[in-house]
Write a protein that binds this ligand. Structure first.
Ligand code: ZN
Length: 179
């Protein structure tokens, strides 16, 4: 099995260990923009860019409810979490030409969760051969500069997303398609 090499992840985990309180609750309380990296807000969850992504377009669905376990989360929040994940997958297929995805939730410290106290769903877009690509990217450390660009691109794209039954073919409304 090939692994994506992303040394900046450790810096990320260490930086948040120093923070007081929950980083997700803090970001949810801030106005949306490149500062908090929230690209979209649903009724029960927000969609936020990962500050130290595994790949470009690595986003997370984060419930507003602060809890660490899936079974503690309100059923409405759980349902919407999966709906937003589905929309994200469609959006990334169209906008980033993603060819595959790793989607998952790390539950508990033992799972390797960076922020175990506030549940979040990772969506990591993948492309054929991206493990080699990411090694190069990690060494040159261009990702911090790319983050603001990713923010603009994904938050703008999400404005055109329709509310339900999305597929890669239908996710954007007509005004977006005609651009
Ligand atoms: Zn929290």
């Amino acid at each position: 099995m090939k692994h994506i090499w992303s040394p900046w992840r450790m810096e990320y985990i260490q930086s948040f260990k120093k923070e007081e309180g929950c980083i997700f609750c803090k970001e949810i309380s801030l106005p949306d923009g490149p500062g908090n990296l929230i690209v979209h807000r649903g009724q029960f969850n927000c969609v936020i860019l990962n500050r130290f992504p595994y790949t470009s377009g690595h986003i997370m669905v984060v419930p507003y409810q602060h809890c660490s376990l899936l079974e503690e989360l309100d059923p409405e929040s759980r349902s919407e979490m999966m709906e937003l994940a589905s929309q994200a997958v469609c959006l990334l297929q169209v906008d980033y030409k993603s060819e595959g995805f790793n989607i998952g939730i790390n539950i508990g410290e033992a799972s390797g969760a960076g922020i175990a106290e506030h549940l979040h769903l990772h969506i990591v877009p993948r492309w054929q051969g991206d493990t080699n690509f990411m090694s190069t990217l990690g060494e040159t450390r261009v990702l911090p500069e790319m983050l603001e660009e990713s923010y603009t691109r994904i938050s703008e794209a999400w404005k055109g997303v329709k509310s339900a039954k999305d597929t890669p073919e239908t996710i954007f409304d007509d005004s977006e398609k005609n651009k």
